[in-house]
Write a protein that binds this ligand. Structure first.
Ligand SMILES: Nc1ncnc2c1ncn2[C@@H]1O[C@H](COP(=O)(O)OP(=O)(O)OP(=O)(O)O)[C@@H](O)[C@H]1O
Ligand SMILES: [Mg+2]
Length: 227
């Protein structure tokens, strides 16, 4: 069975999509087979990867359409991806989603879920199916509050934070959270990657942020006993 990991924080703009993309690339570098899914209503990841006009999307599968291997894209960065569209899901899809993950036509070590910044059925669904929830936390009240909302929705799950050094206003980290080993630095590469289809790792393989995301991937794979 694949390990399912949701990257979640109910606060907007906290680095979820950047992280989901970079972790997919870093885990592929560690030799893992990775499927990345875009569950965010904004579908930023689908847009970023240039796959906005695909005929079949995750929404079709969440409505029960059968899936075959040809509907899964393997992108240049060597992870698999199923594009999304911005339709809001219904609570009914939660059951279908966990079945869908069981009958995927390919084997994956890891399925990474990018999630929305709103408490909607797709977020609840992503948290519900996850083996581990990964929360980006910055030293500001906005992100700490968003992290705590995720912990309230999924109190029984294995939850780890990781530190992202941006928009500091409190200069303190929330010390009630258990963190994975990695400190993601503030980096201009994140915005440069927006005009490219690549992750920050591919954009500059030797950068400080690329190393930090590799370290985060390693520590995630250790927690999942995949390394
Ligand atoms: N490490 C970083 N260094 C500098 N800026 C960053 C970093 N990570 C994220 N950002 C900034 O935050 C913005 C939002 O990042 P991202 O899209 O990854 O967050 P998100 O949590 O997915 O947002 P949303 O809630 O809209 O889905 C980026 O466009 C960038 O400006
Ligand atoms: Mg996002």
């Amino acid at each position: 069975m694949s390990k399912i990991v949701a990257i979640a924080n109910v606060a907007g703009g906290t680095g979820k999509t950047t992280t989901a993309h970079a972790l997919a690339v870093a885990c592929v570098e560690y030799g893992k087979k990775v499927l990345l899914l875009d569950l965010a209503v904004s579908t930023s990841l689908t847009f970023q990867l240039g796959l906005e006009n695909e005929r079949t999307t995750l929404t079709d599968f969440l409505q029960g359409a059968p899936i075959n291997e040809s509907q899964i894209r393997t992108v240049a960065e060597r992870f698999d991806f199923i594009p999304s569209n911005s339709r809001i899901s219904s609570a009914h899809e939660i059951n279908i989603f966990s079945k869908f993950l069981e009958i995927l036509p390919k084997e994956y070590d890891l399925v990474l879920l990018d999630t929305p910044s709103t408490i909607d059925p797709r977020l609840v669904m992503a948290l519900d199916v996850s083996d581990l929830i990964l929360i980006p936390v910055s030293p500001n009240l906005h992100s700490i509050r968003g992290a705590n909302q995720v912990r309230k929705i999924a109190p029984d799950k294995s939850i780890f934070g990781f530190k992202v050094e941006m928009r500091s206003d409190a200069n303190t980290w929330d010390d009630s959270m258990e963190y994975l080993d990695a400190l993601i630095p503030e980096s201009e590469l994140v915005d440069s990657a927006l005009t490219d289809t690549s992750s920050v790792i591919t954009l500059n393989n030797q950068s400080e942020i690329a190393s930090a995301y590799r370290e985060l991937a390693y520590s995630l794979l250790e927690k999942l006993e995949l390394i």
